[in-house]
Structures are given as C-alpha cells and as structure tokens.
Write a protein that binds this ligand. Structure first.
Ligand SMILES: *[C@@H]1O[C@H](CO)[C@@H](O)[C@H](O)[C@H]1NC(C)=O
Ligand SMILES: *[C@@H]1O[C@H](CO)[C@@H](O)[C@H](O)[C@H]1NC(C)=O
Ligand SMILES: *[C@@H]1O[C@H](CO)[C@@H](O)[C@H](O)[C@H]1NC(C)=O
Ligand SMILES: *[C@@H]1O[C@H](CO)[C@@H](O)[C@H](O)[C@H]1NC(C)=O
Length: 623
C-alpha cells in the first residue's frame, strides 16, 4: 500500500518528462473538481479555531492543494529546473556524527581530551550523500513502549560491547533476540534506579522522589546518562532531565537515550562551556560520569556552578577511592580527591548537604554576595554585563551569573503561570505581550500541524470523510526538534495538548537570545549554529520544525543543501518535517526536499499572508 502511494508521489514530484502531459491532464481534472467543489467560504485559516471538524478541513485542504500543485506542475513541465536525487552514503556512515572525527582531530593536533571535542572545521569536506539506516533498522516502538524496548539493530552498541562495559546500569539491560529491554518499571532484574532516586530525595530531606519539585527541582542536567534509566525514571516523575555525554565512536549513551525517547544531546565541557546560559538547571547529576572534578583548578566545577540556579544541587555519585567507570573518554584511573573537592566546593560557596555511601549532594549558594566574602583564595566574579550567547566560549575560571537579573533562588520560584512581572527579568529581547500572543498562535497552529501529519496529505485520493479518524494518535511522535524555537511556544502547546512529545528547543545564533526564557519554563533548549551539524546521532528525531529559519539563514554563510542533508541525517525514517516560511523560501525548500528524497507538499494557509507550510516525510529506504 505504501509503495503504491510512494510511486504516485514519484510520479508527481519525480522528473519524468514523458508523463508530464498526462499528469497535467490528471491534475487539471483534479483542480477543476477542487475549484468547483470548494465551498464559497473556503478561507481555511490555520489560526482560527474552526467549528468544522478537522476531517472536513483536511479534505477541503487537499482539494485546494490540488489546485496549487496544478500550478506548480505547470511551471515544472514548462522546463522548470530538474533536481537530481542524491545518492546514499556508504555503510561506514550509518552512525556518523560530523565534527567528531577523533582520528582527524588528533591529526590536526588536538590532544589532552580536546580530540573528543567538537571540531567542525577539521571535518569540513562533507560528501553530499544521504546517511542510510543500518541493515536491520526497524521503526522504533511508540512511546511509552519504546522507552523500555528498543531494536538492537538501530543502535551501534553490540552485545559484546554491552557485556564488557563496566557501567553500573548494565544490569538494567537484558538482551533478547533483536531487542534490548530496559526493565525500568517493576523490573525483576534491578530496582536500583528507584532506590537510588529515593535515596537522593531522602538526602534532600524529602520523603519521596515524587517531591523533587518541592525542593525546587524541575530540570536536571544529567552528565553521562549510561543507558538512560535514571533519566527515564526522572521523566516518569514529570521532571525534565536532559542527558549530555561526550561523543563515543562505539556504543553511545546519547544514542541509546534518544532511541528510547529521552532528552539527550552530545555535549562535553573539556575545554568549552556548554551551550546553555548561566543559571539554567536546578540539579546537575553525575554518576560515575568520568569527569575528574578536581582537575584543571576546578574549572569543571565552575562550569557546573555556572549552569546551576541559585540554591541548585550538584549530585555526585562516585567511588572516591577507586578508578572511574568505563564509558567515558577520560580513563585516567585516578579518582577525585575528596579533600581537594572539599576545598574547591567551599571556595565556590557550595554547602555539602549530605553524603551517603558513594553519593554526595552539594547545594549552590542563594546569596550572590557569598563569593566575595571568601577571604582565602577567593575566586573572582566574571565581568559580564548581561546574558551573553555562549557558543564555543572557553571555560572560565571565574564565577558566572551573579549580576544576572535571573538570580532567583529555586525554592522561591513559584511554579505558577508566567506573568508580566516575572517575565521582566528577560530583558531586552523580550516583550511580555509578544510572549502571550506567541503562545496563543502556537496553540492553534499545533492543532493544524497535527492534522497534517498523515501520509494522506501526499495522496491524491484522500479518505472520504467518516472513513476513519484521520488524526494521528497522541503518541505518534516522541522526539521533536524545534529548529528555531523563539519563546518555546510550540513546546508549550504540545504540553497543553498532552501529546507524548518532548521538544529540543533550538535558538539559532544571531536570532534573539530567548534561550534563558526557554530554560526557565522548564523546557530543554540549546543554542546552535545551523551552518554546522547538530550534535546528535543519525535518526534521533521524529519531527523537525522550523518557523522562519530558512529566511533567517538566507543571510548567513551556510549552504542550504548541507542543512537539508543534516536534517535528513537526524530524522528517523518515516519522520516528519514541518517548515513554515515565506513563499520564496518554501519553493526553494521544496526543491531541496526532492533532492533528499522526502515526500513533500506545500500547504497554503490562505489567510492572506505570504507564509506557506511545507510538510515532508522521510521515506524508509531499505536497501
Ligand atoms: C576521519 O578522519 C580520518 C583522517 O582524516 C579519515 O581517514 C576518515 O575517513 C574520517 N572518518 C570519517 C567517518 O569521516
Ligand atoms: C525566599 O524564601 C525564603 C523563605 O521561604 C525567604 O526567607 C526569602 O526572603 C525569600 N527570598 C526571596 C528573594 O524572595
Ligand atoms: C506575578 O508575579 C509576581 C512576581 O513573581 C507576583 O508577585 C504576582 O503575584 C504575580 N501576579 C499574578 C497575577 O499571578
Ligand atoms: C497565516 O498563517 C501563517 C502560518 O500558519 C502564520 O505564520 C501567519 O502569521 C498568518 N498570517 C496572518 C495574516 O494571519
């Protein structure tokens, strides 16, 4: 069935000249039907809540689309440009992440851990090809089943690598034929994650881990997520837990976490700051994450201090006298020296709240004057006027964030709705009215998008009304990348609509720096330069969304083809792309979409604006 509408599509979009005239006739007829059949009030407006059931709007939309396609086809048949589809990359690129070629980095002279850093300039010459899925790739199970069971053919880790890894979460995994199961809930295998989480809660003076929000904890940065089970547990407690881990050439933590539908990205802070603003997280967690905290004059601790909100917690689980665990890139076999740790944490005004077994919890001060009151070897405050974008900023040896208007102790942060006075702290990029208006826009836009995410929209025989509910199920997608998230309005709308998704909100460099606001809403967010590859493994997102990004990038140095190749790399087979932009940009995007072999359809919201939507689906190439 799939192949039949696929071939229909290739008829419509593929460059097969002899058929053009035939198609033209076919589409003309369709267009005629559409024109004659459309009701007089056919101004479907994506932003106006409609009393018409979605199924009818969809149907009408498709008919209108036929008319648009007719016009486009005509321009194609009149000798419009013909795009060539790109070829597939070799099998060696199946799991490739550009910018992290360790051997090339070593050749380029990076050492002392820097070779594990992101160096896009070293691997610049990207071959223009489509990253193909592994031979045994299977579409992941839907959330929440996909959280506990993944296809082993989809990830790079092999049974042998898994069995030889010394990770403490190893016991959580049980390999069955072509699946890997994580018995995160009620598992007979290992209840350790729940016990561990409960222990942390107790150490914070809470009676259970469902009370983390009472201690002010909503967002957690989990450094080195193992196989993601701690994150999965935190997510089940309705916390936002984002995993970061260094790039690993074999069997990756981040790849596993994302495959399970858990928020994660490749990231480290060997030499550079994390791409998050200061004062972003309420808890930073490291369980045998392989970082030697007392090295580099405590600069790693200063980076944790920077991203922690005032009153936030640093949870460190690590054997203090044994070598560090396995997974990491820094196997030096030296454990963190606890007396040095004590000295360093005192200098940066952290209080050791509790210690139990191998777990330590420190709390960052809520008093921004604390730092200067330390006499012995005080660490200077960073000289920063206001929030600055931190992309590729080197680690610093000073205390960040003390001058920020966002310096608010976490326990005092009310979880109630945003209001204008709370938004004031976000300063110059920010108009409260815009914020609320934006939210309103996305509430209705999402309803529209959601109804479009069905292969139906590529077909020229839409289902008849009443056939079947055409709306995709709430859990059709899980990992969403909003490539230009602005205030995070789409994320907020998803939550309100109770979809099963989490959103990675990206704020592009050179766009208004709204990232602090996104993180303060408890969302995942990151700064990124879209002229470079995104720090994630191939096939990790179900939906990519970009509103106005193409227009924004048109003034930048980067190649659109590379952007589409990158989008294709990180998109799962059968995943979706929704682009919203000006007519010209969408026309161009459609051309690129054809080259990367996506099925694509232009949608005209017909609300009198020059905005268009391009809805695309990546096919599952099985060869
Ligand atoms: C990594 O760099 C090395 C040395 O430049 C090169 O031979 C190799 O093909 C690169 N690997 C990938 C996956 O690009
Ligand atoms: C935060 O709350 C504590 C007690 O709950 C109170 O003493 C303190 O003044 C509050 N701080 C701010 C900045 O509101
Ligand atoms: C708005 O926020 C301010 C500061 O957090 C608070 O004092 C005020 O009560 C809030 N107003 C409403 C209507 O929630
Ligand atoms: C029309 O719809 C587009 C896409 O949903 C939206 O971005 C735009 O603001 C709308 N324009 C008007 C005038 O309502």
């Amino acid at each position: 069935m799939r192949s039949s509408w696929l071939s229909k599509l290739s008829l419509i979009f593929g460059p097969r000249p002899p058929l053009n005239w035939l198609l033209l006739c076919l589409v003309s007829v369709l267009a005629l039907i559409a024109v004659l059949g459309s009701s007089s009030s056919s101004t479907f407006d994506s932003l106006t809540p409609s009393s018409v059931p979605d199924i009818y709007t969809n149907y009408r939309r498709l008919k209108e689309q036929a008319a648009v396609d007719y016009l486009e086809l005509r321009s194609l048949s009149l000798g419009g440009s013909r795009e060539k589809e790109l070829g597939l990359c070799g099998r060696d690129k199946e799991h490739s992440v550009p910018c992290y070629n360790v051997s090339a980095n070593l050749l380029a002279g990076y050492k002392d851990g820097e070779e594990f850093d992101r160096h896009c300039e070293v691997s610049r010459d990207r071959e223009q090809c489509l990253v193909r899925p592994p031979k045994d790739y299977k579409i992941p199970l839907r959330w929440p089943a996909g959280r506990d069971v993944i296809w082993s053919g989809n990830v790079k880790i092999t049974k042998d690598q898994f069995l030889s890894s010394g990770s403490m979460t190893k016991r959580l995994m049980l390999l069955e034929e072509n699946q890997i199961s994580f018995h995160s809930e009620d598992g007979l295998i290992f209840d350790g994650v729940k016990d561990y989480s409960r222990q942390i809660a107790e150490m914070l003076g809470l009676s259970s881990d469902s009370e983390f929000p009472q201690a002010g904890v909503h967002t957690v940065l989990d450094i080195g997520c193992g196989f993601g089970s701690f994150g999965a547990h935190l997510v089940s407690l309705k916390l936002m837990a984002i995993c970061i881990a260094a790039y690993e050439a074999t069997g990756s933590q981040v790849q596993l976490a994302l495959e399970r539908g858990l928020p994660a990205m490749i990231g480290n802070f060997i030499t550079r700051q994390l791409p998050y603003p200061s004062l972003s997280f309420e808890m930073v967690h490291c369980a045998q994450c392989g970082i030697l905290w007392d090295k580099k004059d405590g600069m790693f601790l200063l980076e944790v201090d920077r991203v922690l909100k005032p009153g936030g917690y640093f949870v460190l689980t690590s054997p203090t006298s044994q070598p560090y665990g396995s997974s990491s890139t820094m196997k030096e076999g030296i454990a963190t020296d606890s007396s040095l740790m004590e000295e360093l944490t005192q200098k940066i005004c952290w209080t050791l709240l509790a210690q139990k077994y191998e777990t330590f919890i420190w709390q960052k001060t809520v008093d921004s004057n604390c730092y200067t009151s330390r006499k012995q070897g005080a660490i200077p405050l960073c000289q920063e006027e206001h929030e600055v974008q931190s992309y590729y900023k080197p680690l610093v040896s000073c205390i960040s964030g003390t001058m920020s208007k966002r310096w608010t102790p976490i326990r005092n942060r009310s979880s109630s709705q945003w209001n204008s006075s709370k938004l004031e702290v976000h300063g110059k990029y920010f108009q409260p009215d815009d914020f609320f208006e934006d939210l309103q826009v996305w509430r209705s836009a999402l309803k529209n998008y959601w109804s479009l995410l069905t292969p139906l929209i590529f077909s020229d025989h839409p289902k008849r009304p009443g056939d079947e509910d055409p709306l995709p199920p709430f859990n059709m997608i899980r990992n969403v990348l909003d490539m230009s998230a602005h205030y995070g309005g789409l994320n907020a709308a998803f939550l309100e609509e109770k979809k099963s998704v989490w959103v990675m909100n990206v704020v592009p460099v050179n766009a208004p720096y709204t990232l602090p606001l996104i993180l303060d809403q408890g969302f995942a967010g990151v700064l990124h330069d879209w002229c470079e590859p995104f720090p994630t493994y191939p096939r990790t997102y179900d939906l990519l969304h970009a509103n106005g990004l193409l227009s924004h990038l048109s003034s930048e140095r980067c190649s659109m083809m590379d952007l589409f190749l990158e989008m294709d790399r990180i998109l799962r087979p059968e995943g979706w792309v929704v682009l919203c932009d000006k007519v010209g940009a969408i026309e161009m995007a459609r051309m690129f979409a054809t080259q990367v072999r996506w099925e694509a359809r232009v949608i005209d919201p017909q609300n009198g604006s020059d905005q268009r939507l391009l809805v695309c689906q990546k096919p599952f190439v099985k060869k």
